[in-house]
Design a binder for this molecule. Structure first.
Ligand code: UD1
Length: 424
């Protein structure tokens, strides 16, 4: 694993253009399996997880090309619907190809994703949902095999115990080609990426309504055509840069942002006392110089959208440690997503964890230290802390960051960060 060597403190300054959303691109790529035509996707971020999904599509028999953020997916005559452990273990989102491959091929086998550093992440909701859609699902030797029933018909009503993003996307996609069925999904996730997936599927001829509300209705169709579709901007990447600029007392313009996707972040930033301007029609957020000493702590509940996103929790925690006063973060999505805490403490943060609650005693000044990155967003949080820290910090195992952020070194360097990447 490689490392970042970062020299701080630096006040970030300049402009950054946000890439397409990783969490839209992945389920949309999985849903492309359903198309009978060629799919062209624009604004696809070139990052590790997208490369993993390309490998999965290639191994299934698709011909995928990827250049200048445009991804073309062409179907081969014969599909292989077995997805090996090596690909699924790299990224949980790969599990979402199970339903689409089963619908197209009649049967598919996908490895169970297994453990994940941000906590236990089972796929029981996915499996239960597929069964309710009428599929036979079997789990054996670490693999899940699904079979399409001979006859699919009638109305299916599914209530999700929890508004899981991946389950909503998986079931909505799978139901699309269930001609003769009308599937109603209740208590679904409300994330903007679900709306993006609905728009993508409908652009191929699917009949789906309701994404963005808690009920989605899918009328199964027989066939989906090809399409040319553009992915929405990545709200988590945008939030990461906004937080990084604020934490470093920098100034800057964050471009290609859909501001309404970040309402929960903006509300908390206003509560803390930060100044920033949202230029809705330009899709930009402008950040003037803020003084950390004038800001004060806050309480944040991490919840499914439209609540404060878990994927910005580590970055926000890195920021709140710099802000005067006490802050409390309650993590309700991944209840043990706190692996970044001990690493932030190595850099001087004062954080206590009690169950799923982090109590942050703010007002610290980060000092440089060697630290370990454990996942995509933890890496981003440590990067923010290192940019603000006095001295040279080393972030080991930094490769996680390349799974989720496109051109991350170039983008931060353009803002003035001093980062050297050492590949090992
Ligand atoms: C997606 C995002 C991820 C984000 C998360 C929550 C993608 C590719 N990933 O992940 O970046 O952090 O939403 O916003 O879009 N759960 C179960 N059983 C299941 C499924 C989920 O218990 O079968 C639990 C999880 O352990 C977790 C909670 O439900 O505690 C939320 O997970 P979910 O919304 O499914 O997240 P993902 O789709 O995996």
């Amino acid at each position: 694993m490689g490392k970042f060597i970062i020299e701080g403190p630096i006040r970030l300054n300049g402009e950054v253009e946000i890439s397409g959303a990783k969490n839209s691109a992945l389920p949309i790529m999985a849903a492309s399996i359903l198309s009978s035509g060629d799919v062209s996707l624009k604004n696809v971020p070139d990052l590790g997880d997208v490369r993993t999904m390309i490998d999965i599509l290639n191994s299934a028999g698709f011909k995928v090309s990827f250049e200048n953020n445009i991804l073309s997916i062409k179907k081969a005559d014969k599909l292989n619907s077995n997805v090996p452990y090596e690909l699924v273990s790299k990224m949980r989102a790969s599990f979402n190809v199970l339903g689409p491959l089963t619908v197209v091929n009649g049967e598919a086998t996908v490895a169970l994703p297994g453990g994940c550093s941000i906590g236990v992440r089972p796929v029981d909701f996915h499996i239960e949902g597929l069964k309710k859609l009428g599929f036979e699902v079997e789990q054996q030797h670490g693999f899940v095999t699904a079979r399409k029933p001979k006859k699919l018909s009638g109305d299916v009503n599914i209530y999700l115990k929890y508004p899981s993003v991946g389950t909503t996307e998986h079931l909505m996609t799978t139901a699309t080609l269930m001609k003769g069925c009308r599937v109603t999904l209740n208590n679904v996730a409300l994330e903007p990426e679900i709306i993006d997936l609905q728009n993508f599927l409908n652009s191929m001829g699917a009949k789906i309504i309701g994404a963005g509300t808690s009920t989605i209705i899918i009328e199964g169709v027989e066939k989906l055509s090809g399409t040319d579709y553009s992915i929405i901007p990545d709200r988590i990447e945008a939030g990461t840069f906004i937080i990084a600029i604020l934490a470093s007392e920098g100034t800057g313009k964050v471009k290609n942002v859909i501001p309404s996707h970040l309402d929960a972040l903006f509300e908390k930033l206003r509560e803390i006392g930060t100044k920033f301007d949202i230029l809705e029609p330009l899709r930009e957020v402008h950040i003037p110089r803020n003084n950390l000493r004038e800001l004060s702590g806050t309480d944040i509940d991490i919840e499914p959208y439209p609540g404060f996103p878990t994927d910005l929790q580590p970055q926000m925690m890195a920021f709140l440690s710099l802000v005067n006063g006490k802050s409390v973060i309650v993590e309700n999505v991944f209840k043990s997503r706190f692996l970044h805490v001990d690493e932030l403490k190595r850099m001087g943060a004062r954080i206590d964890i009690k169950g799923n609650t982090a109590i942050i005693d703010g007002g610290v000044k980060y000092t440089s230290a060697p630290v370990q990155a454990t996942d995509i967003r933890a890496s981003a949080a440590l990067l923010i802390a290192a940019i603000c820290a006095d001295g040279v910090s080393i972030i080991n195992n930094i490769e996680h960051i390349f799974r989720g952020y496109e051109n991350v070194i170039e983008k931060f360097k353009k803002l003035g960060a001093k980062i050297e990447y050492i590949k090992e």
